[in-house]
Design a protein around this ligand. Structure first.
Ligand code: SF4
Length: 81
């Protein structure tokens, strides 16, 4: 799954997005509520919050860079590492 804001896009591996435990971790980790959980526990991306990303890397720590990518659209789509 992927959602694009003006400055930031978030891409999450589709299998990871269905993992309720991972979704819970991401929802807890992000300080600006970019991640949420749907009624079935699956991950949802909150489009209205994407550009609030503070590049803190907590989502990468929680899920690993293979599962979550933070894409800096304002910087030629460079990945947050
Ligand atoms: S880098 Fe930080 S603010 Fe940005 S999506 Fe990840 S946890 Fe949220």
């Amino acid at each position: 799954m992927r959602a694009d804001g003006t400055f930031i896009a978030i891409e999450v591996d589709d299998a990871a997005a269905k993992d309720a435990e991972l979704a819970r971790k991401l929802t807890e980790a992000c300080p600006v509520d970019i991640f949420a959980q749907g009624t079935g526990g699956e991950l949802e991306l909150v489009r209205g919050n994407l550009d609030e990303c503070v590049l803190c890397r907590l989502c990468l720590d929680a899920a690993g860079p293979a599962a979550v990518k933070v894409i800096k659209l304002y910087d030629d789509a460079a990945l947050l590492v």
